[in-house]
Design a protein around this ligand. Structure first.
Ligand code: KIV
Ligand code: ZN
Length: 516
């Protein structure tokens, strides 16, 4: 009889804290809603004590995303735990996730505590958390490098204090499956009150074994698995949700588990995360890479045409992929466009439809063939994640191999408009200098990528930027058939996020002063 496995998604916590993956409040909310559609059991929405932004994101997700359990992370101390509870208490199903390291390496060098002290702190922390919240998860950080008897003693104490989910993390991605599986089995066996908790695994990918270790964990008694979309996370990342979910779905004979994951939402979840963070997956990444379902070799194509079972162990449809199809021409109307977006999983308001239609007709004039991917780029480019405080009216830019580049921009803010020009080492450099002159908010460009959305010289170009404003990183994104236009609008998208966040925090400060 297949047993139920619970999916604990930590894209918004362990994933988001990794370089290049930070998200703005509305972006986290958008991702959380998609995780709800994917039907994960638990969303770990953040680490509320870490920053005001993390706190607000956990609170917003708790209020707005009602189906899954919402977890908030806290170190094993009162301050962290109370802050986590404050952030998560409005969730329909809240969970406090508290953790402390149990390996001697961490005790000696990081915590400078004895085993007895860490045991006492665990007891105190779980007790505090349980007094606030019905559901408490306890994690023994660096469990795989901990002494197994001591680990079992700590886990037993955590359960005695009321923790009902016990997580065994491979924090540094050190384990290998043939060791991790028996380790999990043996530690669970050493916990006398094990029947009062669900055991969980949380594996990092430093040796590329996070998914394999997670499956070994499941086969040896874990019933919760912690993972992230696209495998993002600290260092080499966390176990990737899509790989675990599809392994379970595809290999039932050796992995006798059921999950509630709606695998048809996998592709959309992966693409949304990429779109929000600008953190791309490699083309050959299992399940969600661009080539994961592409059959290029002649022999393979021949086999697939005869019977897809020859080379296809999963269908592209099972992860929500449809084949690249030519969708419409410039004579297609609003109704057809709305239907197509619905098919692609986007329900548009009338305002969004108007905006999408405007860009669609513009695009259909510029490029002969409009594909589904183009439509997704159009709609995501127009997503109202951040107010359009600054709006680009035009950009003119010159470049080439000989001369210094120059750029001129016209930008509107409210009813004002401003034209500025600058020279630079290339057209993008010149353009960004001109934008900085208008906004008065100089940004430091940390990363810049441009990709074509589909094939062909007339393809839409999608630009992602990571920009630092006043020591904080923001992403920006835009798509256009003209990559200078896309580059300028992507940069302005990041400017708008930085500007809006600054305004919000200043308004908050003013409120606090007024209250006191
Ligand atoms: O990797 C880890 O140990 C963690 C814990 C906080 C669960 O992320
Ligand atoms: Zn982790």
């Amino acid at each position: 009889m297949a047993e139920r496995v619970y999916f604990f998604d930590t894209t918004l916590r362990d994933g988001e804290q990794s370089p290049g993956c930070s998200m703005y409040l509305e972006e986290k909310l958008k991702m959380a809603r998609q995780l709800e559609r994917l039907n994960v059991d638990v969303i770990e929405a953040g680490f509320p004590i870490a920053s005001e932004g993390d706190f607000e994101a956990v609170q917003a997700v708790s209020v707005q995303v009602r189906k899954p359990t919402i977890a908030a992370l806290a170190r094993a101390n009162r301050l962290d735990i109370e802050r986590a509870w404050e952030a998560v208490k409005q969730a329909r199903k809240p969970r406090i996730h508290t953790f402390i390291a149990t390996s001697d390496i961490h005790l000696q060098y990081k915590l400078r505590k004895t085993r007895a002290e860490v045991l006492a702190q665990t007891i105190e922390a779980v007790k505090t958390a349980r007094n606030l919240c019905e559901e408490v998860e306890f994690s023994a950080e660096d469990a795989t490098r901990s002494d197994i008897d001591y680990l079992a003693e700590v886990l037993t104490a955590a359960i005695e204090q009321g923790a009902t989910i016990i997580n065994i993390p491979d924090t540094v991605g050190y384990a290998v499956p043939m060791e991790f599986g028996p380790f999990v089995r043996d530690v669970i066996a050493k916990v006398p009150n094990r029947d009062k908790a669900i055991f969980s695994c949380h594996c990092h990918n430093d040796l590329g074994l996070a998914v394999a270790n997670s499956l070994a964990g499941l086969l040896n008694g874990c019933r919760q698995v912690e993972c992230t979309i696209n495998g993002i996370g600290e260092r080499a990342g966390n176990a990737s949700l899509e790989e675990i979910a599809m392994a379970i779905r595809t290999r039932k004979n050796v992995l006798p588990f059921n999950s509630e994951i709606n695998t048809e939402e996998i592709s959309r979840s992966s693409k949304l995360l990429t779109n929000l963070t600008g953190s791309f997956v490699q083309p050959n990444k299992a399940i969600v890479g661009r080539n994961a379902f592409a059959h290029e070799a002649g022999i393979h194509q021949d086999g697939i045409l005869k019977n897809s079972l020859t080379y296809e162990i999963m269908t592209p449809q099972s992860v929500g992929l449809s084949s690249t199809t030519l969708v419409m021409g410039k004579h297609s109307g609003r109704h057809a466009l709305r239907n197509k977006f619905e098919e692609l999983g986007y329900e548009l308001s009338s305002e969004e439809l108007e905006r999408a239609y405007f860009f669609f007709t513009k695009l259909a004039d510029q490029k002969k063939e409009v594909y589904e991917e183009d439509l997704v780029a159009i709609i995501q480019d127009g997503m109202k994640i951040v107010p359009d405080v600054y709006r680009l009216k035009f950009v003119l830019s010159s470049g080439g191999s000989q001369a210094i580049s120059s750029a001129a921009v016209k930008i509107e803010k409210g009813t004002d408009s401003c034209v500025e020009s600058a020279v630079g080492d290339g057209p993008i450099h010149a353009c960004y200098k001109a934008i900085d002159k208008v906004t008065g908010m100089p940004g430091r460009l940390l990363d810049y990528t441009v990709n074509s959305v589909t094939r062909g010289k007339d393809a839409l170009g999608e630009v992602f930027v990571h920009v630092e404003f006043e020591n904080k990183n923001y992403t920006g994104k835009a798509a256009s058939v003209d990559i200078i236009d896309a580059s300028a609008r992507a940069y302005i998208n990041a400017v708008n996020k930085a500007y809006t966040e600054k305004q919000r925090s200043e308004a908050k400060k003013a409120d606090k002063v007024a209250e006191s």
